[in-house]
Design a protein around this ligand. Sequence first.
Ligand code: HEM
Length: 147
Amino acid sequence: MKSKAMLTIMLLCAALTLSACAIQQPSGADDNLYQALGAEPGIEQIADNFIMEIAYDPRVFDRFADSNVERFREKIIEHFCFIADGPCEYTGDSMVLVHRGMDINSAEFNAVVEDLIDAMDKAGTPISAQNRLLERLAGLRPQIIEI
Ligand code: HEM
């Protein structure tokens, strides 16, 4: 378990050196929240911090032990950008498809949300922008948890 944890942390560190934001398309939408999150560099920082918070969170760490960290980073950046009405296309799988069958419970969902809040705090994201993103993500809760 200890060596598995070390390996995952090493993989996370390797992934953090990559810059994989798939910002591609102008959406034309009001990108106020995207800008408040710090646009591309701000969202990349939030995502990197988020991955580190998850990596050190014993409540959910095991859930991600077999995940492709590089892909997760790329898709979570796209996802946050898209949700914040930024100029991105989300190219990952749907929330239902990704999380269905994992039997994620509400305590685990809350833990991941807390990790995201810590990630945004460490990125210096303004509280008002944090709350606006969290409000949008809360709407996805029924697609992610099953218990
Ligand atoms: C607001 C909450 C959440 C959001 C927005 C979210 C979003 C995402 C996104 C965008 C991906 C990448 C999808 C892809 O690769 O196509 C992903 C993957 C994943 N998520 Fe979540 N997620 C959330 C909550 C959770 C929770 C609570 C857990 C478990 C405790 C979880 C476990 C995972 C795992 C293990 C993967 C990787 C799956 C794989 O490697 O195949 N997620 N999530």
